[in-house]
Design a protein around this ligand. Structure first.
Ligand SMILES: Nc1ncnc2c1ncn2[C@@H]1O[C@H](COP(=O)(O)OP(=O)(O)OP(=O)(O)O)[C@@H](O)[C@H]1O
Length: 257
């Protein structure tokens, strides 16, 4: 269980998150939605222990600030919106990096065993990357790189997967397969996926547990079907969202078999 109590983040003079309270049960997925700059990424970074904050974040009743980095990495991993490909590692090497926090040895250069190799190979196959294992990540397309970083996070096998706009760069097939996989992964293994999305229908295909944010605060959270109103969506997104979706669904009615 993840519990967030009175979380606030301030950078210099700017209040970025204000008094966030949230409880996420094991096996529950949550999607975070809101306009650019409302604080979604900052919320993920706080949960990942990457920034300083006021308040308390605990995982299974342990305050994350009391955990060493490596112990926190055993529990959670975060896939950022912008992935860094500064070094010319191969696809295989990059995904294997996801295993390092899980290796048992305490030595500086822990050895990788056959189980680690199997986990990495499974993550590569699942992300449709196996054939690209030896390619340099710098030689891949944006969508292929996105899948490599997702595979790295999956190889880490965390209890909690934090995803910041995981569908960036992915074609429709990969977007749909990713969401389906994440839903199944969390359900079958009782894990949490906490994802930031801009596409509401895509987010709802992962989970109907939603958090709507605005200006650093949670405006509303809960089951989409319980909380969604036209006025709430317009307040959060500042656009006539329903009219837009209505027009889109009208187009789909014209598609013939
Ligand atoms: N290191 C920083 N220094 C100053 N301001 C920051 C810093 N990090 C974030 N901010 C500001 O905090 C606010 C929230 O940023 P955040 O990245 O969390 O938004 P977001 O909801 O994820 O946006 P997007 O949808 O564009 O990714 C923004 O106004 C941003 O400019």
């Amino acid at each position: 269980m993840i519990k967030i109590e009175n979380l606030s983040v301030r950078v210099q003079d700017k209040q970025i998150l204000k008094n966030i309270n949230l409880t996420i049960a094991d096996g529950e997925n949550i999607c975070i939605l809101g306009q650019n700059g409302c604080g979604k990424t900052t919320l993920l970074k706080a949960i990942a222990g990457l920034i300083t904050y006021e308040g308390k974040i605990s995982i299974d009743n342990v305050d994350i600030q009391t955990l060493k980095r490596k112990d926190l990495a055993k529990k959670l991993s975060m896939m950022s919106q912008f992935t860094n490909v500064a070094f010319d590692y191969s696809v295989y090497e990059t995904v294997m990096m996801g295993r390092y926090s899980q290796l048992k040895s305490k030595s500086l250069f822990p050895t990788v065993n056959s189980e680690d190799r199997k986990i990495v190979e499974d993550a590569l196959k699942l992300s449709d990357l196996y054939e690209l294992s030896n390619r340099s990540i710098n030689s891949l397309s944006g969508g292929q790189q996105q899948r490599v970083f997702l595979a790295k996070n999956l190889a880490q096998n965390p209890d909690i997967l934090l995803l910041d706009e995981p569908n960036n760069h992915l074609d429709l097939k990969n977007q749909i397969e990713l969401i389906n996989y994440l839903r199944e992964w969390s359900k079958s293994k009782n894990k949490n996926v906490i994802g930031v999305f801009h596409d509401l229908p895509l987010a709802l295909s992962l989970t109907d547990q939603v958090i709507f944010m605005k200006e650093g605060q949670i405006v509303k959270q809960g089951l989409f079907t319980d909380i969604a109103t036209k006025s709430l969506l317009e307040e959060v997104f500042e656009v006539q969202l329903l009219d837009f979706y209505q027009k889109q669904s009208d187009y789909f009615k014209h598609i013939r078999d």
